[in-house]
Design a protein around this ligand. Structure first.
Ligand code: DQA
Length: 151
């Protein structure tokens, strides 16, 4: 099973960006752990980061043509604004898990609303970089009983 991990705007700055909120792991650290975890769980993990909404949408569209069966996505700030990225995920009908490093519910009120949560398989937030690993585990575990996802 092929899984795409999508990182939204500003996540390329992880490690240096507000470390008291997002921790000190870099995106490369996180991606490397996800590749290893995916391999241990029988999944091929590929990842993509962009600061551009349209590039993220194009990558989600391409995933459908590449046989990607599940997505782990941290939409970053687009979580709270992007109908278009939500629509892209719905358009390709690939099950996805929404993840956030920080606990978005314990921060500014505008971070409490997500355009993704109600259509996600599940949501993980507040565990730092581990949120991604928990999200991948959840996606793969949850995917198992669903035939189209498990193949
Ligand atoms: C974030 C939370 C968002 O509110 C914020 O805009 C981000 C990162 C997180 O991982 O905690 O860029 O998605």
């Amino acid at each position: 099973m092929k899984v795409l991990v999508v990182h939204g705007p500003n996540l390329d700055r992880l490690g240096r960006r507000e470390p008291e909120v997002y921790g000190r792991d870099t995106l490369a650290d996180i991606d490397a752990r996800l590749v290893a975890l995916g391999a241990a769980l029988g999944a091929e993990v590929i990842s993509f980061q962009s600061n551009w909404e349209g590039a993220l949408i194009d990558r989600v569209h391409a995933a459908a043509d590449e046989g990607v069966r599940g997505v782990v996505i941290n939409p970053g700030g687009l979580t709270h604004t992007s109908v278009a990225l939500r629509d892209a995920l719905l358009a390709v009908a690939i099950p996805f898990v929404e993840v956030h490093l920080s606990n978005v519910h314990a921060r500014e009120p505008f971070r409490r609303h997500s355009y993704f949560s109600d259509v996600a398989v599940g949501v993980v937030c507040g565990f730092g970089a581990q949120s991604y690993e928990l999200g991948l585990r959840g996606l793969l575990g949850c995917a198992a009983p669903r035939a189209p996802v498990a193949e």
